[in-house]
Design a protein around this ligand. Sequence first.
Ligand code: ADP
Ligand code: MG
Length: 247
Amino acid sequence: MFAQNNNADTAIIRIENLCKSYSLQGADGKTIIGQVLFDINITVNQGEFVAIMGHSGSGKSTLMNILGCLDIPTSGSYWLSGKNISTLSENELARIRNQSIGFVFQGFNLLKRMTALDNVAVPLLYAGISRSKSRQQALTLLRSTGLEKFAMHQPNQLSGGQQQRVAISRALVNHPPLILADEPTGNLDTQTSKEIMQLFEQLNRDQGITIVLVTHEDDIASYARRLIRLKDGCVIYDDKNIINSDR
Ligand code: ADP
Ligand code: MG
C-alpha cells in the first residue's frame, strides 16, 4: 500500500483557525477588544519561499510574531515542525526561538555596542556554546555572507545593507530550518534590497531553508514562489506567486 501524501509530514508551519485579539483601554476607561487576525489557516512545507503581503495594519507583523513564537494566538492552533506550540513551556519556547527560527527585521535590531562578530555570536552564546567557539562559528557565517573584513566593525560603522547581512548571519548561525523576515528590505535602497533578496533566494535554493517574508513591494515579493495576501486580518489569496517584476 502506498503512503498517503500527507502535508503533516513535511509541514514546518501549520496554523488552523487562528485568531488574535488585543484588549485596549478606551478613553472612557472601558476595555475594547480589537480583533486583528480572523480564522487564519496556513500550511507551509519545508523548503518553501513564501511572501506575505497586505496593506499597513492588515496584521502581517502580528502573524509573523505568532509564527516566531514571540506572541500567542487568542484562539486556534499552531504547530511548528509538528509541535503544538500551546503545549510548550516558556523555556521550551525560548529554545525553539533560538534553535529553530532565524529572525530578520526591518530595523536590523543589532546590538549597538557590539562588533558584527559578537552580534552574530549572540545566539550561540545563548545556546551554551563557549565564547571562542561561538566567535569561530560567527566568523564562518560572516565569511559566507561576504562580511568577513567587517567582523570587528560596530553597526554604526556599517552601511544598511551590511547591517542587514550581519542580521541575516545572526539569523543563520544556529542553522535554523526557518527564516522569518518582516520587511527586511524596508530600510534599504533598491540595489541593496536586490542583493539581500538574492541572498535569501540562494539560502532557500541551496540549503533548503524555508523562508517566510513580509513585504509590501512587488519587486521584493517576486522572489517568493508562493504568495499570501492579508486584508483586514483575513487571508484573501494563498497560491502560486503570479507577481511579475521587471527586476
Ligand atoms: P502590519 O504589520 O500589517 O502593518 P500589524 O500586525 O502591525 O500590521 O497590526 C495590525 C493591527 O493590530 C493594527 O491595527 C495594530 O494597531 C494592531 N496591533 C498590533 N499590535 C498591537 C498591540 N500590541 N496592541 C493592540 N493592537 C495592536
Ligand atoms: Mg508590520
